[in-house]
Write a protein that binds this ligand. Structure first.
Ligand code: ASP
Length: 718
């Protein structure tokens, strides 16, 4: 074939396929807040209903069907408070109501009638009621302080004032002020929090978690990651905790199911609560994450996962107890690995640096801009150079607070004594008289949870690693640690602490005002006091940096808007967002292409791959019988299990309903591909793919495998 001829054919093919709608257009990057939904012309992109049906502040709309549940998203799918979310979002809840004898994680759970549902203490579902821009009020308070180190505090103080004011006005809501653009935009959100949530339907782990850690953050995927819970309120509609007499919550709106699901190329959109993204931050910020935060946490979590897993090998009770913690650690560990790879492969830091050089040229080309923004990039660089000097310090100190009960107790002791020296009004909220019971409860929990042998191992790992870090090795107590010959003996001596032996020796001393911290000679308390002081120094430095960043980022983004001549979508911050895209395959690396819909055949194939791929045997039986019913995909001639689409999602979007052009439920979002873990810094149509479980798999499993007729009736599909 002659070259030109070939090119012509490709060009023709391109236009033909495009005009026939075979190639979906590229979606706009972004997680659009409620205030932007009407600006993006979704009908042009493929939406077939009015945008008002998605969000309308004056009438019930789809956003009323959305809840934030745990750290995830869920949506109402019946007028009786039934919520669909992910299996992994209620994993901890299922674990809490399970025992070794009645282990619902293993068996799954189905309540055919409401009386059989299991209440889960502590699980809540939060609905967004309304929002309001309060930037002016927040920034006025911020601009009144001269000392930059006080700026962030002034903002937090104003935010809590607004929150208290709003909650006093209406006791049925929970208020929150969210930062949309650093130093620029602050929005007040009012939420209704439902507090009686009960388990309705949970598939067994072999389905909800099929593929385990091996497949987490991976496509092709065959995980049935879905579950159903129900929200209850008092008879008079109050969002109270569990009470026998409570009745199912009637949502203003619920989402209907489309049992025909999606096809390759279809338009989809998601509503949900993505947690945190960093797309608008400068190259130096990414550099800080890449060099310090991501590798430190990834390595520590990987160590913890191995350590806990080994301990559980000969202790099934511990293995069950720790399973949820391991799952959480593993999720972050692999995500951070993906991000490290993504930042490196994309050359993201250099790319951002180049962009900043171009921005600087633009600023310098105009005297007005140069006066206003000329030094912004340089000053941002200085702030982050200072952060590089602090390196991993705060992560180390936070890790101790997270993973060592012994450290938590000692730290609380010191903090309490210091705070109690202040007048009541100036103390941290935790130490006010009204909250003393909470402290006592925490202490009881920590003593109960503490296993000294495990604690010693984890504590040793964190402090001996940290003692080697350049940013810490010359600071106390790490400097002295580096002189220690017998590390084991050093730890034994620290842990021989009498004060921390038990509650009886600890709590009375804590509460006795005559016992001053200076008089305490206990080795562990003395050691932790050095870390406590170090943390305070670091926090002060960070406060100064935060204050500067708050001013600089506002200018940086403003200059960027002028340069690019467009407005931006704010980074995710756990507030309700919409993202849209198309069902679409992709190429993760050279010579590999992933088609967008996986099928049951793949699940059966993987079932021979080992532990993580244990299959629910009945699935195999039914598959062999060919009983896929009406759930078969007409083109792939098999049962679809999962599918991918090029939306912009992040952690917190788990459980987000995947909605078709008519706003009907076609799946539940639960993950991203490994390459898309970098979405949090940069989204791209070429590698950003979110993963959802197909509605046809959910319905087939409920119907054919577990015979959950009542559930299907409530979903109005049978
Ligand atoms: N698995 C994530 C979640 O739990 C979803 C994601 O990060 O894409 O929210």
């Amino acid at each position: 074939m002659k070259k030109n001829n070939g090119l012509l054919k490709i060009v023709i093919l391109f236009f033909v396929t495009f005009s026939l709608g075979l190639l979906p257009p590229k979606p706009d990057e972004g997680m659009f807040p409620l205030s932007d939904i009407h600006k993006i012309n979704l009908n042009e992109k493929g939406l077939k209903i009015s945008v008002d049906e998605i969000y309308n502040p004056n009438a019930p709309s789809m956003v009323d069907a959305l809840v934030r549940i745990g750290g995830c998203t869920g949506s109402f799918v019946s007028d009786e408070g039934l919520i669909i979310t992910n299996h992994h979002c209620v994993f901890g809840a299922v674990q809490r109501v399970s025992t070794l004898e009645q282990n619902y994680l293993e068996t799954g759970f189905y309540a055919p009638s409401k009386e059989k549902e299991i209440p889960v203490e502590g699980l809540t579902a939060r609905i967004t009621v309304s929002y309001e821009d309060v930037s002016k009020e927040v920034l006025e308070a911020a601009n009144q302080v001269q000392d930059v180190s006080e700026r962030s505090k002034a903002i937090s103080k104003k935010i809590s004032e607004i929150v208290n004011r709003e909650q006093a006005k209406d006791s049925t809501i929970t208020a929150e002020v969210s930062e949309m653009f650093v130093g620029e935009q602050y929005v007040l959100f009012r939420y209704k929090v439902l507090r009686d949530i009960r388990l309705v339907y949970v598939p067994p782990r072999t389905v909800g978690e099929f593929g385990g850690e091996s497949d987490n953050w991976i496509y092709p995927r065959h995980t049935g990651d879905f579950s159903f819970v129900r929200a209850y309120v008092s008879k008079d509609g109050k969002a109270i905790p569990y009470n026998e007499k409570n009745v199912p919550y009637r949502p203003r709106k619920f989402i209907r199911v489309n049992k025909n699901g999606i096809d390759d190329g279809d338009f989809v959109f998601l509503l949900g609560y993505p947690g945190r993204t960093f797309k608008h931050f400068p190259s130096y910020f990414v550099e800080y994450h890449y060099n310090y935060q991501l590798p430190y946490i990834q390595e520590l979590y990987s160590w913890l996962i191995n350590y806990y897993t080994k301990l559980g090998e000969n202790d099934p009770e511990f293995a069950l107890e720790i399973s949820s913690t391991i799952k959480g650690l593993a999720n972050t560990e692999k995500n951070y690995r993906g991000k490290i790879q993504g930042i490196r492969n994309l050359n993201l830091i250099d790319k951002k640096r180049n962009e900043e050089r171009e921005l600087q040229k633009f600023i310098d080309s105009n005297p007005e801009l140069r006066d206003k923004y000329g030094n912004v990039i340089k000053e941002l660089e200085e702030v982050y150079q200072d952060a590089f000097k602090s390196g991993r310090s705060l992560f180390v100190l936070n890790a101790l607070r997270m993973f060592s009960e012994q450290f938590k107790l000692a730290n609380l002791f010191i903090d309490y004594k210091i705070e109690m020296n202040k007048p009541e009004a100036e103390r941290k909220a935790d130490y006010k008289e009204a909250n003393k019971n909470k402290i006592i409860n925490d202490i009881n929990d920590w003593f109960a949870e503490r296993d000294l042998e495990i604690d010693k191992e984890i504590f040793s790992k964190i402090i001996f690693d940290a003692a080697k870090f350049d940013e810490l090795k010359n600071l106390e107590p790490f400097k002295s640690i580096n002189q220690i010959k017998d590390k084991k003996q050093f730890i034994e001596e620290l842990y021989s602490s009498e004060l921390l032996k038990n509650q009886e020796s600890f709590t009375p001393k804590l509460l006795d005002d005559n016992v001053k911290i200076e008089d305490i000679k206990d080795p562990f308390i003395r050691f932790v006091k050095q870390l406590y002081d170090l943390r305070n120094d670091e926090l002060k430095k960070q406060q100064i940096r935060d204050g500067k960043v708050n001013i600089l980022m506002a200018n940086f983004n403003e200059a960027k808007r002028r340069w690019l001549n467009k407005s931006f979508v704010p980074d995710a911050n756990s507030t309700l967002r919409l993202t849209y895209g198309y069902v679409k395959g992709y190429s993760p690396r050279d010579a590999v292409y992933y088609s967008p819909i996986s099928s049951l055949k793949g699940m059966i194939e993987k079932s021979y791959w080992g532990t993580d791929y244990r299959i629910y045997e009945k699935i195999k039986e039914i598959y062999q019988r060919g009983d896929l019913g009406e759930y078969v995909h007409p083109k792939i001639k098999d049962l679809p299990v999962a599918f991918i689409y090029n939306t912009d999602t992040s952690g917190g979007n788990s459980g987000s309903p995947i909605l078709d052009a008519y706003g009907r439920l076609v799946g539940v979002n639960f993950d991203r591909s490994f390459e898309a873990t970098i979405n949090d810094y940069a989204w791209s149509d070429s590698y950003s793919r979110s993963i959802g479980v197909d509605i046809r798999f959910i319905l087939w499993f409920a119907d054919k495998v577990t015979g959950a007729k009542e559930l299907l009736k409530e979903l109005n599909v049978n």
